[in-house]
Design a protein around this ligand. Structure first.
Ligand code: MN
Length: 343
């Protein structure tokens, strides 16, 4: 056990039944890390249940079904009646802020048991009794792998599979800039432990519904190129969801498509929710603009290259406000010198 993981693992070691949860609209890292921790706890004879605050994307359901990991899906609100009596520890993975855990702040702020945060995001709050946060980690799954190793938990095939899915998801199958040598070393270790990579690849990248592809087509048709093609903006409105029968969760990763364009430094995706809530704005950067700092001026946050925010107002009003601010930001940001590195 390393010094830095000790306080965290000391608390976990004393637990009898842990509630494991993660951010709303869970991605592969969120779900994979939550399941890996639940399975790791089971290896240490500690019971746990996983609470999801949005519905489980069907492509990840095998993680729960094949291992009988107890799952609670809260959806828009916690299930009634939701009793915390059976839990003695809260473990939050892949986020460190209440805003990503809607409904939980009220439930847990006066809870007398320990709260733990395992995360790799920059934006953090100070309510956890112990945190294991490494912002240079590519995925929460990387940190979970470190913790489980420190705890003496072996990578069984199910644990290795959940961790690999987490890490592959957040790195875009080891393509994004967050991929480190340690990421590849861990991936090799997980492969050796028996991960079926072909199956996981098909699960992550060849598993879309027709509705999602139809919605993506519409998003791409909405694309504007601004600031001398340094900024790409796409929007998805209520009508797009209605006419394609796709869901808001189907917009995941659309934002990365314009990043394929050489000149594009920043990509913005605006999504108007079908339930009439706030407009969701996602931001991606190739590095010249710190989009986490940009998002903070609107109450959002995230990473320097991947951030988000939410605003009240119509899709077009939010579009105009955010796009004007980004055009302003880019006007004071030097255009990056084209790379001429030899491969
Ligand atoms: Mn993550």
């Amino acid at each position: 056990m390393t010094d830095s993981s000790k306080p965290f693992l000391d608390i976990l070691s004393r637990a009898k039944r842990v509630l494991v949860t993660t951010h709303v609209r869970p991605d592969g890292d969120a779900v994979g890390t939550a399941v890996a921790m639940a399975l790791g706890l089971a290896e240490r004879n500690i019971e746990s249940e996983v609470l999801l605050l949005s519905k489980l994307p069907p492509k990840f359901s095998f993680l729960f079904d094949e291992q009988n990991v107890p799952l609670i899906v809260a959806g828009a609100s916690l299930p009634e009646p939701f009793s915390l009596d059976r839990f003695d520890t809260l473990l939050v993975v892949d986020t460190g802020t209440w805003s990503q855990l809607p409904g939980l702040k009220d439930v847990f702020s006066n809870w007398k048991h320990p709260k733990l945060v395992l995360d790799h995001h920059l934006t953090q709050e100070d309510w956890a009794d112990a945190k294991y946060v490494k912002t240079d980690a590519a995925a929460a799954g990387e940190i979970a792998a470190e913790l489980l190793t420190d705890w003496g938990v072996k990578f069984t095939v199910p644990i290795a599979t959940a961790l690999f899915l987490a890490i592959a998801s957040d790195t875009g199958w080891f393509q994004f800039a967050n991929t480190r040598p340690q990421t590849m070393q861990l991936a090799a270790q997980l492969m050796q432990a028996g991960v079926n990579m072909d199956r996981l690849y098909q699960t992550l990248y060849q598993n879309e519904t027709a509705q999602r592809l139809l919605l993506q087509t519409r998003a791409q048709q909405s694309m504007e190129l601004l600031s001398d093609q340094r900024l790409a903006v796409m929007r998805v409105g209520k009508l797009d969801f209605q006419q394609t029968h796709a869901a808001v969760s189907d917009t995941e990763n659309f934002i990365n498509v314009p990043m394929q364009i050489r000149s594009v430094e920043v990509s913005i995706l605006l999504v108007e929710p079908t339930d009439g809530g706030q407009v969701r704005v996602s931001l991606r950067s190739k590095g010249s603009v710190d989009v986490a700092r940009f998002a903070e001026q609107f109450g959002g946050g995230g990473h320097a290259r991947a951030a988000g925010l939410k605003l009240n107002g119509s899709l077009s009003a939010v579009h105009d406000r955010v796009v004007a601010a980004m055009i302003q930001t880019l006007s004071t940001t030097p255009r990056p010198v084209p790379k001429k590195e030899k491969l």
